[in-house]
Write a protein that binds this ligand. Structure first.
Ligand code: NDP
Length: 449
């Protein structure tokens, strides 16, 4: 294990998030390798940690003042042992190869857990859609797809959204793909309903994280009724996590963006959530504008000088990090534990540092890792692909009930694997082990490719 980690870090020393994601999986799967000497003989760890293909490209585009800009485009096709590459595109200035590799690596295990036939991939760009006009975003998306189109396809690689890539961007990307290929196929998921999208896809990641939380709570005979919940983020995942928590009788007191967070002691109800959706999805504003409408709420700006995020230092029962990676560090983790939080369900990918996760496990919190808890998004993307292939659209209730069923099954799979390997109740180990075994066995069946 150490040898592999040393090789990976020596090869790409700057890819810290990728090292973090790999280290977590290696720690969990050691007993699996001990039980299956063939895995070591076949060097499965060396193989599964190296992407099958990395695509890096120039994305030139022109702004509204006729200035030319050049961004970098990425697609990491990590593993196709159990199906076509599948995973979102992220547009954010922080994007680099290390971030995309970490996300693609996580995606392999997550997709494996969904029970659907999807390999893992991820892509994106260091383009910042914030503050850009619709025309600028369209020109960027068209230029991005002018290169990506030759690498993807409905049976090869099917991208979707992630941070900075929502319905608007998927529309522009799909339009350009269709023009270049002259074919109408399910090459992207998260499409609009009128042209191949699935009901419940926008809701799926947030709803799924709450369904996973409900399953974890049920093991203790509990529910979300009257539970005070901290949610971070105010984008796609956060909005629908809040919606489902409210529907389950919980009380959400926080939402955030990268500038700061809002604390609403009275709780965010459906009406307030509608205001957040309008603010974020249509006006593309900042979360502090919430307190202009609801002055009883308190806005706290992010202070980059602090070594913790005050959002996580509030009394609560449950916590749903739905913004970004490493948003909960050890100090935040200890605030959560000291403030009585008993459950963490990760809507975002890798939002907790390894030190924070260790604290949660030491204190026996119900901790649902992102690759299990936020798998609902990609699961419904898989259902969107199935509907596209059949040229059918399932009703809302059917997709939602399949999502609920998949989240139940992922929860059960994690618990069973954790039991089998002597770490009962450890969802992180269970998710890593179950996801790993399925992919590795498929790789071995297919030979050294
Ligand atoms: P959105 O772009 O819709 O929203 C992202 C939210 O997180 C915004 O509120 C944003 O604030 C905030 N945020 C982004 N970066 C940072 C940062 N560095 N620090 C603090 N806040 C930040 O993205 P999604 O909701 O789609 O994605 C959120 C998370 O969920 C990501 O980790 C993503 O990988 C994960 N995820 C998403 C899935 C999906 O289906 N969309 C599926 C599975 C996981 P601001 O507006 O200021 O940038």
């Amino acid at each position: 294990m150490d040898k592999i980690m040393n090789t990976i870090t020596a090869r790409d020393p700057e890819q810290r998030e990728f090292h973090q994601a790999v280290q977590e999986v290696l720690d969990s799967v050691k007993p699996v390798l001990d039980r299956n000497p063939e895995y070591r003989h076949q060097a499965v760890l060396d193989r599964i940690t190296e992407p099958e293909r990395v695509i890096l490209f120039r994305v030139p585009w022109m702004d509204d003042d006729a200035q030319v800009h050049v961004n970098r485009g990425f697609r990491v096709e990590m593993n196709s042992a159990i199906g076509p590459y599948k995973g979102g595109l992220r547009f954010h200035p922080s994007v680099n190869l290390g971030i995309i590799k970490f996300l693609a690596f996580e995606q392999v295990f997550k997709n494996s857990l969904t029970t659907l036939a999807m390999g893992g991939g991820k892509g994106g760009s260091d383009f910042n859609p914030k503050g850009k006009s619709d025309g600028e975003v369209m020109r960027f998306c068209q230029s991005f797809m002018a290169e990506l189109f030759r690498h993807i396809g409905p049976n090869t690689d099917v991208p979707a959204g992630d941070i900075g890539v929502g319905a608007r961007e998927i529309g522009f990307l799909f339009g350009m793909y269709k023009k270049l290929r002259n074919e109408f196929t399910g090459v992207l998921t998260g499409k609009s309903l009128a042209w191949g999208g699935s009901l419940i896809r926008p809701e799926a990641t947030g709803y799924g994280a709450v369904y996973f939380a409900l399953e974890m709570l049920a093991t203790k005979g509990k529910s979300l009724e009257d539970k005070v919940c901290l949610v971070s983020g105010s984008g796609n995942v956060a909005q629908f996590a809040v919606e489902k928590i409210i529907a389950e009788g919980g009380k959400v007191v926080t939402v955030s963006d990268s500038s700061g967070y809002v604390y609403d002691e009275q709780g965010i109800d459906e009406e307030k959530l509608a205001v957040i959706k309008e603010l974020k999805n249509l006006r593309r504003g900042r979360i502090y504008e919430y307190v202009e409408q609801y002055p009883e709420a308190v806005y706290t700006q992010v202070d980059p000088a602090l070594d913790y995020n005050p959002l996580w230092d509030n009394q609560a029962d449950c916590c749903f990090p739905c913004a970004t990676q490493n948003e909960i560090n050890a100090k935040d983790g200890s605030h959560l534990v000291n403030n009585g939080v008993g459950l963490v369900s990760e809507g975002a990918n890798m939002p907790c540092t390894p030190e924070a996760v260790d604290l949660f496990l030491d204190h026996h919190l119900l901790y649902g890792p992102g690759k299990a808890a936020n798998a609902g998004g990609v699961a419904v993307s898989g259902l969107e692909m199935a509907q596209n292939s059949m040229r059918l659209s399932w009703p809302r209730e059917e997709v939602d009930s399949r999502l609920r069923q998949i989240m139940k099954s992922i929860h059960r799979t994690c618990l069973d694997a954790a039991d089998e390997y002597g770490v009962p109740g450890n969802y992180m180990a269970g998710a890593n082990i179950a996801g790993f075994v399925k992919v590795v066995n498929a790789m071995l069946d297919q030979g050294l490719v």
